[in-house]
Design a protein around this ligand. Structure first.
Ligand code: ADP
Length: 500
């Protein structure tokens, strides 16, 4: 039931990892983010620039038109002031002449307005319709500086018109001069400039889209591949690898995923090896127990020797089984951080001696010479008696296990610089330089031809670390192995020690 609940909980996660569907979502996500963040910002900036430029161009061109008219009005004002010096009827003819001989008549139309507000003469030679309003004239009449301006549409044409009031003392019979210039050409020029700027803006945006889409592709495509490979790895295909195309962060990600796949593949292989070696380890004693059980069943009470031998084997194999199960339990405790020590002050010499004695019989049986060089005395240590003995047994067991008939196992211990060293060396098969760094890793088995689960040294190393000591391994393939167990003496441990 619990298993089913777990499966259901993991289902959405697995669905997300399905290649194809998930990728599309990711691709859309990146492109959409780019559209909103990058392209959106570029668009806003370009549009703002275009609007600003359009406004600037229009103001500039209209101001130029106004300045052109202003320069003419200044000249005209001078003429009119001169004309007031000698007030005669000929002043009327003077104004008429002024209008008709106006030099800039091809760009500006000059009109003379009489006292009744009607246009009398025009430099174009045409009289404008009397119903056409003259807002600039009305403004000029009301203004203190006797000038009025109008920009806008009149009779369907966009114009700029400036009126200057002729001083009444000039007695010309005219009330104002009006300068009118068409803005149609100016507007056309402004429009073509704006169109050029819009084209430039569109070009810039297209360039940004082109370069960015290339850039986004260079991210999205490899990310999609990474996603596909990761999905395959998650589904258990540890052989899946990604081709590294770029030497950048994405390339680094590819390297990491490939490395992760390698590690997972190694871990998976180790796990499989572990399961198979543990199964094998469990099967061998079980076969012996079953075999001897069947033999004992068919034995008569008179076969005392056979019965005794059978019972010995059964007890021995049962012990082997229970020590294996203990080792597995220790390993599981170590993995979950529950491997705790029951510390007390102890005489380590006695523990080493006991472990040595345990193996003398077996060494003799296997034709391996085992010797122990016992020192006179060693300082007491603060440690877990059972765990330390477990380490000694494990190391001596390995020394015998990886030795052959005729080999030698030597145990010695000594004290140096407030540490006790227990050195177990053998002349066995040794460890290859490639395997040596891994022997303390969990599940690692360098030598598949010998029994073992590959967790003994991992547990021993953890126990020694918990004691503030260390497990050091030196080895030469074919020559033998030396394992040094290092443990601090009690005086080296800071603080007051609890009494056992
Ligand atoms: P195992 O159950 O395989 O012995 P261990 O953790 O005790 O697991 O040891 C890990 C590996 O280290 C072994 O598989 C073996 O290859 C290597 N090893 C350990 N001790 C020795 C030794 N004394 N001589 C040679 N190889 C050794």
């Amino acid at each position: 039931m619990e298993r089913r609940t777990k499966q259901l909980k993991n289902a959405p996660f697995r669905r997300r990892l399905q290649p194809g569907r998930g990728d599309r979502v990711k691709v859309k996500g990146i492109t959409r983010r780019w559209l909103v963040n990058s392209l959106g910002l570029v668009l806003v900036v370009v549009v703002a620039l275009e609007i600003g430029l359009a406004f600037f161009i229009k103001t500039f061109y209209y101001n130029s038109a106004r300045q052109t008219i202003d320069s003419r009005t200044t000249v005209m004002k001078n003429y009119i002031v001169k004309s007031t010096d000698n007030v005669t009827d000929s002043n009327s003819a003077y104004i008429r002449n002024l209008v008709e001989t106006f030099t800039d008549k091809d760009i500006i139309e000059l009109m003379a307005i009489d006292k009744h507000g009607n246009v009398q003469f025009s430099s174009s030679g045409f009289q404008p319709a009397s119903n056409v309003p003259m807002p600039d004239y009305e403004k000029a009449k009301a203004s203190k500086d006797h000038e009025g301006e109008y920009i806008g549409k009149l009779s369907g044409e966009k114009i700029i018109a400036v009126t200057i009031i002729i001083p009444p003392e000039s007695a010309t019979g005219f009330s104002a001069l009006r300068f009118v210039s068409s803005l149609e050409d100016v507007d056309r020029q402004i429009m073509s400039l704006i169109l050029i700027f819009i084209a430039c803006g569109v070009l810039a945006i297209l360039l940004v889209i082109f370069t960015s889409s290339y850039f986004i592709r260079s991210i999205v495509v490899p990310v999609r591949e990474v996603g596909k490979a990761a999905s395959k790895i998650a589904a258990g295909d540890f052989g899946a690898r990604i081709d590294k195309k770029y030497d950048d962060e994405i390339g680094e990600l590819c390297d990491i995923i490939n490395y992760m796949a390698n590690e997972l593949s190694n871990a998976d292989k180790m796990k499989n090896d572990f399961i198979s070696s543990v199964s094998h380890e469990l099967r061998t004693p079980l076969t012996a127990i079953k075999g001897w059980g069947e033999t004992l069943m068919s034995c008569t009470p008179g076969d005392a020797d056979t019965i005794a031998k059978g019972m010995r084997v059964i007890i021995g194999e049962t012990e082997r089984l229970s020590s294996m199960v203990e080792e597995l339990l220790d390993f599981s405790r170590m993995q979950s951080g529950r491997l705790t020590l029951v510390m007390s002050k102890l005489d380590i010499l006695a523990e080493i001696g006991e472990a040595y004695i345990m193996f003398t019989e077996r060494a003799k049986r296997e034709g391996i010479e085992i010797e122990y060089h016992e020192p006179e005395m060693l300082s007491p240590v603060f440690g877990d008696k059972n765990r330390l003995r477990q380490v000694f047994i494990n190391i001596i067991d390995n020394a015998l296990k990886y030795s052959n008939e005729g080999d030698k196992v030597r145990i010695e211990s000594f004290e140096q610089d407030e540490f006790i060293y227990i050195v177990v060396s053998d002349t066995g098969c040794g460890i290859s330089p490639q395997d040596l760094p891994n022997v303390k890793n969990k599940f690692f088995k360098g030598n598949l031809s010998r029994r073992g689960s590959g967790i003994g040294l991992a547990v021993a190393d953890e126990i020694m670390t918990l004691h503030g000591g260390a497990l050091l391994i030196q080895s030469e393939l074919g020559a033998g192995t030396t394992v040094t167990i290092k443990i601090p003496v009690i005086s080296k441990i800071p603080g007051e020690l609890p009494t056992a």
